[in-house]
Design a protein around this ligand. Structure first.
Ligand code: GLN
Length: 538
């Protein structure tokens, strides 16, 4: 029998349900089990593609081009669960599917209702994620907080599945908060209420994951177990760890959470092999080198907007046994005459520059200035998506002297649109899901940095962009000093650029951060961090 684990949250949002669900997934895999991860987002958007990073953090992209919640990034970093459109469900998707069926007449004249039609649609989507024969466990994270109106149909679907499967096959993990009040005392009351709220929708939790600033001691865990009908072994302290979130699987394991869950579900497994996770934490704890990396981008105030980029930098650091200090630089601060004069000071002390992806005009000139600085000062430069397009604009402006060169995204009237739309894209009016999305291959030129970094001739990475290096300008820009080091297999689109003779410079049209893992850093991040460490030693 396949098993289901539902992960819900109580008290408030942002408790790290995604990391908790992912850590449980990692532990199950460490025991040799095959896991599938699924995120439910109760909002009405069909997907996260049209949502501002300010509202919802990064849009995470899967191989098949789904634009999803950033929690899928956690699943990808912690587990081997394949991730695709099917691994992310929103209210919008569910209603769209049910309404489409209704319009097609497939309900045969019946009244279409939340229960059973919406809940049946949710249940069938949950079950289909784990349908492959090799899958042992599907972990379903229900976004939002129990008690929110939006999540009621999803919780009802979970309740029905637990009832139908039996509690030995479908378990509930509830993540709650143990706040600290003045005087440093930890408080259990919000957790008691949060559990009641879950029980009110008919779900008895099997596990409580207690988020707290410091360890929740045994006495308090016993008290909570007593109040909530949860077995003591199922009450786990998820206190802040001084190292990295990649220690959470170890923290759960030390408290026996994986063993407890497997016992509850009657699953036999081997002992947990956590060597790889222990190595990650050790390398994080004992760095042998360091580097300061300036990330010059748009959405700097909101940490989650570049979530996968930060994580991939940490993976690169771990792979080099180095500590990386990230300096977040809002690119608009690099604009204007004063910034031009003071650029050395504004960027002083950084060993390398990373320009990540982004949309919209604000701050572009500041990114171009940062790229120029890196090129002229011989600093490592790494451009991701927009960051590669910045290299193209910078080369056109400063190497070819076309001061008006721009991307058509930011100045549609530029006489030198060195980044532009393909002809067949010009009429696109619908903004949801109309970009170049998902995985595709790049062919890497012999003798290039990118080829050395990957050690392969062909790689597959994920894309999320609308604009391209304009083919009309390829030859001139290349002659001026920006080499093109990767193309799509048909040669039609530019996938990477480099500055020949520079210590380390690489812009890629794709997003390598999405496939980076703590146990296996994305090759470009590993190489970039190594270049920054080397620069720091100089
Ligand atoms: N805005 C640019 C484009 O659409 C870059 C996108 C990105 O960086 N993800 O092509």
């Amino acid at each position: 029998m396949k098993k289901l684990i539902f992960v819900t949250g109580g008290v408030c949002s942002s408790l790290g349900k995604g990391v908790a669900a992912s850590s449980i997934g990692a532990l199950m895999e460490a025991r040799g089990l095959s896991v599938r991860m699924l995120k439910i987002d109760p909002y009405l958007n069909v997907d996260a593609g049209t949502m501002s990073p300010y509202q919802h953090g990064e849009v995470y992209v899967t191989d098949d081009g789904a634009e999803t919640d950033l929690d899928l990034g956690n699943y990808g970093r912690f587990t081997n669960s394949p991730l695709s459109k099917a691994n992310s469900i929103t209210t919008g998707q569910v209603y769209q599917a049910v309404i489409n069926k209704e319009r097609e007449g497939r309900f045969l004249g019946r009244t279409v209702q939340v229960i059973p039609h919406i809940t049946d649609e949710i249940k069938s989507r949950i079950l289909s994620v784990g349908k492959d024969p090799e899958v042992d466990i599907t972990i379903v994270e229900v976004g939002g907080t129990v008690g929110d109106m939006e999540s009621i149909p999803f919780l009802e679907a979970a309740r029905q599945l637990i009832h139908e499967y039996g509690r030995q096959n479908a378990v509930s993990v509830h993540v709650t908060l143990i706040p600290t009040v003045s005087g440093g005392e930890l408080k259990t009351k919000p957790t008691q209420h949060a559990v009641k709220e879950l029980q009110e929708v008919g779900i008895q939790p099997d596990v409580l994951v207690l988020r707290a600033g410091e360890p929740v001691d045994e006495g308090m865990r016993r008290k909570i177990a007593g109040f909530t009908n949860v077995e003591f072994e199922g009450v786990v302290s998820a206190h802040d760890v001084p190292t990295t979130i990649y220690e959470i699987p170890l923290l759960f394991h030390e408290q026996g959470l994986d063993a407890f869950l497997l016992r509850k579900m009657g699953v036999e497994s081997r002992h947990a092999d956590l060597k790889a996770w222990k190595e990650v934490v050790r390398k994080f704890r004992e760095p042998k080198a360091r580097a300061r990396i300036g990330v010059v981008g748009k959405y700097m105030e909101l940490h989650d907007a570049y979530k996968s980029v930060w994580e991939a930098l940490y993976h690169g650091a771990i792979a080099n046994e180095a500590a990386v200090e990230i300096v977040k630089i809002d690119s608009s601060r690099l604009e204007g005459p004063a910034a031009e004069a003071g650029i050395d000071e504004l960027l002083s002390g950084v060993d390398g520059i990373l320009v990540p992806g982004g949309f919209g005009e604000r701050g572009i000139d500041g990114m171009v200035r940062a790229a120029r600085w890196a090129r002229e000062k011989g600093k490592p430069y790494f451009g991701i998506c927009l960051g590669m397009q910045i290299m193209v604009i910078e080369a056109a402006r400063n190497l070819l002297g076309w001061a008006d060169a721009h991307s058509a995204e930011f100045n549609p009237d530029s006489p030198h649109p060195v980044v532009g739309l393909l002809e067949d894209q010009v009429d696109v009016k619908n903004y949801g899901g109309t970009m170049r999305l998902g995985k595709s291959d790049s062919v890497l030129k012999e003798g290039s940095l990118i080829r050395a970094v990957y050690g392969a001739e062909r790689v597959s990475e994920r894309h999320r962009h609308r604009y391209e290096f304009s083919n009309a300008y390829r030859a001139e820009i290349e002659k001026a000093g920006l080499s093109i080091s990767a193309l799509t297999p048909d040669g039609g689109l530019v996938e990477a650029c480099e500055w020949p003779g520079h210590p380390w410079a690489l812009g890629v049209q794709f997003h390598p951060e999405f496939k980076s893992r703590p146990v296996a850093a994305a090759p470009i991040f590993k190489s970039f961090v190594a270049a920054c460490v080397a620069n720091g030693k100089k």
